[in-house]
Design a protein around this ligand. Structure first.
Ligand SMILES: [Zn+2]
Length: 306
């Protein structure tokens, strides 16, 4: 779908500071070019910050991810920008595919905000999903990411980010930053923009000590996310991955939504003609309804937060 407002999105969407000592909040949006929701949310946040000029500690920077793909409204050009941040690509300074080049451009921007200039460096990577979903945080269990994630009033999924390789949150965690991925909802859903905006304001409050009541659009700018769109905070852990080989025939039972509750013995899918029944009391996570993919579905279970 074309969206003319997506044209000419700059690499740095905005930067705001009151020149006080404090942390860096590095927000990336549109790492997948067909996910402009986080970009729109950042534009609104910087517009409001410039309007009211509140005092904050540290600096917030908003960066567009796959710049060319975003401006073309495509998911990516040569390959998935959220799979190129591998140790190997970084060590070998690979810069062949379009996405490898964009990766280095984003690293260059981050290098303008070095660790020594800040009390701490946080990241927030904004995404959306192809099918309808409640918003959720996907947190990799390294550094103090999990503790930081529990400052946010939404579903928190542990363990999913850990099994992916080459995503930007792995790289940022690897270099010592603290943060998570936020999936705000479906790509074109306007509540996704509301949720992204809400989570960015809350991150500014938690990291940069922003008094959000100073913002003119408060309380709507956060309550749409915290009260209207997102369910109360719950923590989930991944307990099963239904992995697929390219030659497998997989058919998910129709009608499953992300986070839908499942019971033991429930028919979930057919995998190479065999029935797959739930061995768990839990919830379905990321059911596959597209033709392609290497994951049929995941199962998550609610756990106590630490
Ligand atoms: Zn994405």
């Amino acid at each position: 779908m074309s969206n003319p407002s997506n044209k000419n999105i700059p690499r740095i969407i905005g930067k705001y500071t009151s020149n006080n000592k404090g942390p860096l909040l590095f927000v990336t949006a549109g790492i997948h070019g067909n996910e402009p929701s986080g970009v729109k949310a950042l534009e609104e946040v910087f517009k409001q910050l410039e309007k009211t000029k509140p005092i904050i500690e540290g600096t917030i920077v908003g960066v567009s991810g796959n710049h060319k793909a975003l401006n073309l409204n495509k998911r990516y050009i040569d390959e998935d920008l959220n799979r190129v941040w591998t140790k190997e690509n970084i060590e070998q300074k690979k810069s062949i595919t379009h996405e490898q080049k964009e990766m280095w451009q984003i690293i260059e921007i981050l290098n303008q905000f070095p660790e020594k200039d800040f009390t701490k460096r946080y990241f927030l990577d904004c995404h959306t999903t192809s099918s309808a979903s409640l918003p959720y945080v996907s947190v990799q269990e390294v550094n103090d990411n999990d503790m930081w994630a529990h400052n946010f009033p939404t579903y928190i999924v542990r363990g999913f980010s850990d099994i992916i390789t080459g995503d930007i949150d792995h790289y940022l965690s690897r270099i010592g930053m603290t943060g998570f991925v936020f999936e705000a909802g479906q790509h074109e859903d306007k509540t996704s923009v509301e949720n992204h905006e809400g989570v960015i304001w809350l991150a500014l409050k938690e990291a940069c000590k922003l008094d959000i009541s100073k913002i003119q659009t408060y309380p709507e700018c956060v309550t749409r996310f915290t009260e209207k769109n997102a369910p109360a905070q719950k923590t989930f852990e991944l307990v099963h991955r239904q992995g697929l080989k390219d030659s497998d025939v997989f058919e998910m039972q129709p009608g499953y939504e992300n986070f839908q509750k499942i019971k033991k013995g429930e028919l979930l899918a057919k995998h190479n003609g065999k029935e797959v029944k739930s061995q768990w009391e839990g919830r379905i996570f990321m059911p596959l309804y597209q033709a392609q993919g290497n994951d049929g579905f995941f199962v998550i279970q609610e756990v106590e937060s630490r």
